[in-house]
Design a protein around this ligand. Structure first.
Ligand code: C5P
Length: 220
């Protein structure tokens, strides 16, 4: 069974999806990491983030793979493990520029579908997993929360890591990224018609996990 978990940044999607995959013994696919890895490569090559042809060329030669020998799997860029480099502000921003390029989405969607065929018990998270990549998925969720709450969570996370951050700045970054993700022409972020939308604003991650697990158990 494929379980899709989509939604904007700061809804706890990654942690929730990873925990569910662990609990159910499913594989876990972080599709954002693929866009981020191409964003990182674009930054390394000092690409113009508005130039679709240049970004598509980079994506065609980026060689993004996962090492499935680890749980969660490790993202490789031309064989180099880059997971720890993908969460910075620069790669995060670059990823959302990469994600508007139709040719890049085509490449990554096909790769994600290939992974889904090889790993039929999969929890996959992103923006378009329920709408475009796995429209036939057995269970679909869309996690949401107010932008203010998502920014608050992000600030807490960064401060816990010892970073000095400004709430207003983080809120502005989140809103900028959401707008780009929601308004792009190809595969805009939105819940699939048959997705269950969970507003996580007032929920803990544990509560979200339990909601999804009980839906999955009811479904089996
Ligand atoms: O989920 P994450 O924050 O890692 O995603 C980074 C960026 O990649 C998002 O802002 C979005 O632009 C893009 N993305 C996407 N489709 C996906 C996953 C991520 O467009 N399935």
């Amino acid at each position: 069974m494929i379980i899709t978990i989509d939604g904007p940044a700061g809804t706890g999607k990654s942690t929730v999806a990873q925990t569910i995959a662990e609990r159910l013994g499913f594989d876990f696919l972080d599709t954002g990491a693929m866009y981020r890895a191409i964003g990182l490569e674009a930054l390394r090559r000092q690409a113009d983030l508005e130039n679709h042809r240049e970004l598509a060329f980079i994506a065609r030669h980026a060689g993004i793979e996962f090492d499935w020998g680890h749980r969660p799997p490790i993202v490789l860029l031309k064989g180099e493990p880059v997971g720890h480099l993908l969460r910075g502000a620069e790669a995060t921003r670059a990823a959302s520029f990469v994600a508007v390029v139709p040719e890049i989405r085509d490449i990554l969607v096909r790769e994600q579908q290939r992974i889904g065929r090889n790993r039929p018990n999969l929890v996959t998270e992103g923006r378009d997993q329920g709408t475009v990549v796995f429209p036939e998925a057995g269970l679909k969720f869309f996690l949401d929360a107010t932008a203010a709450e998502r920014a608050r969570r992000r600030v807490a996370q960064l401060r816990a890591r010892g970073e000095i951050v400004d709430y207003q700045e983080i809120l502005a970054q989140i809103e900028e990224r959401d707008t780009r993700d929601r308004s792009r022409k190809v595969a805009p972020m939105k819940p699939a018609d048959d997705a269950r939308v969970i507003d996580t604003t007032a929920l803990t991650q544990q509560q979200v996990v339990e909601l999804i697990i009980s839906a999955a158990q009811g479904h089996q």
